[in-house]
Design a protein around this ligand. Sequence first.
Ligand SMILES: [Zn+2]
Length: 329
Amino acid sequence: MKKTSLLVAITLSIVSCKETQKKDTTIAIVNSSTITQSKNNIVIDTATVKKHLYTLAHDNMQGRKPGTEGIEKAAKYIEGEFKKIGLKPFKDLTTYRQNFEHKNIKMFNVLGVLEGKSKKDEFVIVSAHYDHLGVKESGEGDLIYNGANDDASGVVGILALAEYFAKKDSNERSILFVAFTAEEMGLIGSKYFGKNINANKFVAGINLELIGKEPKTGPKTAWLTGFDRSNFGKIIQKNLKGTGYRLFPDPYPKFNLFFRSDNASLARLGVPSHTFSTTPIDIDKDYHKTSDEAETLDVGILTETIRAVAVGTTTIINGTDTPSRVVIE
Ligand SMILES: [Zn+2]
């Protein structure tokens, strides 16, 4: 998230080691088990989430600054996971990379499609930004901005959700998973992406940012930016009924968060695109610091957040709900 403000995402935890039955969305949550093959028994497991997090936030990613070896390494990791999951390149791209140049820096968003069934020309975008601040130019001690919460946690979310929905194999709408670049430089990657799509084909945008810490609204809660700008939040609340989780409107209106993350690039095109977060941004001591390390995050909350997004977005993904378009004055 750009320094001028902070940010947002969604949390929910599903009681681990217990099965929640909701029609065809049977989710078995067994912390250390791998994904079972059966279509109705899909696990979003903590072990996989932890592996992604510690890989993307590792010192050898050198803080994932655009134009550096670190971000190339991160992009390769994400592409490798997209390939394993079986995602397809987007539109007429031949790889997962959407290449472009900004201020003479070669940049690339990383995109993968899970094609829908009956409504495959309608897209739901699930996004996060995989760039961060790189390495401090000078100073003592730890000089690497690992960006574990900002926003490796969100990228972990899109990888785990891609695996979940691919296993579930019942999405009526197509899902586009996007790791945006250069968000910290001013939403550069998502703005470029926005210029190259037909926004009418995008029915919703789910952006994940800073989802690794417990919110001030307490466990099993989350909040959403721009809650009043579309009925997107209400649809998520409806789908979460009975799960013990509550979704709140962004509790930091003065930070103008709706416009401070990649969701804004799509929202400006009318797409009901909102950002979820779990981090108490007004008091977070690691935000944009070299101390934003994987160890400072709660992998349990991160995993529960991702599971919650999986449940919360069910009716948007299967096409029974279509959020209202966003109007920017
Ligand atoms: Zn961020």
